[in-house]
Write a protein that binds this ligand. Structure first.
Ligand code: FES
Length: 116
């Protein structure tokens, strides 16, 4: 499976700012983001499960003040960083679209799949 370098490992601080990127998904270009949480790396399409708009308040700023949850800046839905499950807000029980990523040799990679 082809892989694409998204960023350097050092670019992702624990529960810090995410790195935004774009990819082709569902036949069009989509915004996505990758971040570090509890030592692991996670990536999602940057689209709220409530209304399909971007989540971040400022570019790359997805975590709440406690750095425990990903929060939608529009209506405040909050998501578990490691699963993308919405735990509160207007889309409770729905999930962000996760993307496969992995980290090795000090780089973070998107595992590219075909999404027609
Ligand atoms: S658009 Fe995200 S909670 Fe409404």
């Amino acid at each position: 499976m082809p892989e694409r370098v998204l960023c350097q490992s050092q670019d992702l601080l624990e529960r810090g700012l995410a790195q935004r990127f774009t990819l082709q998904w569902g036949g069009r270009e989509r915004s996505a983001f990758v971040f570090r949480y509890d030592g692991g790396v996670y990536a999602y399409i940057n689209e709220c499960a409530h209304i399909p708009i971007e989540l971040d308040f400022n570019p790359g700023d997805f975590f709440d003040y406690s750095h425990s949850w990903l929060v939608c800046s529009t209506h405040g839905a909050y998501y578990a960083p490691n699963t993308g499950l919405c735990l509160g807000g207007p889309c409770s029980g729905r999930k962000l679209i996760s993307l496969p990523v992995r980290e090795y040799a000090n780089q973070v990679y998107l595992i590219e799949e075909q999404h027609e």
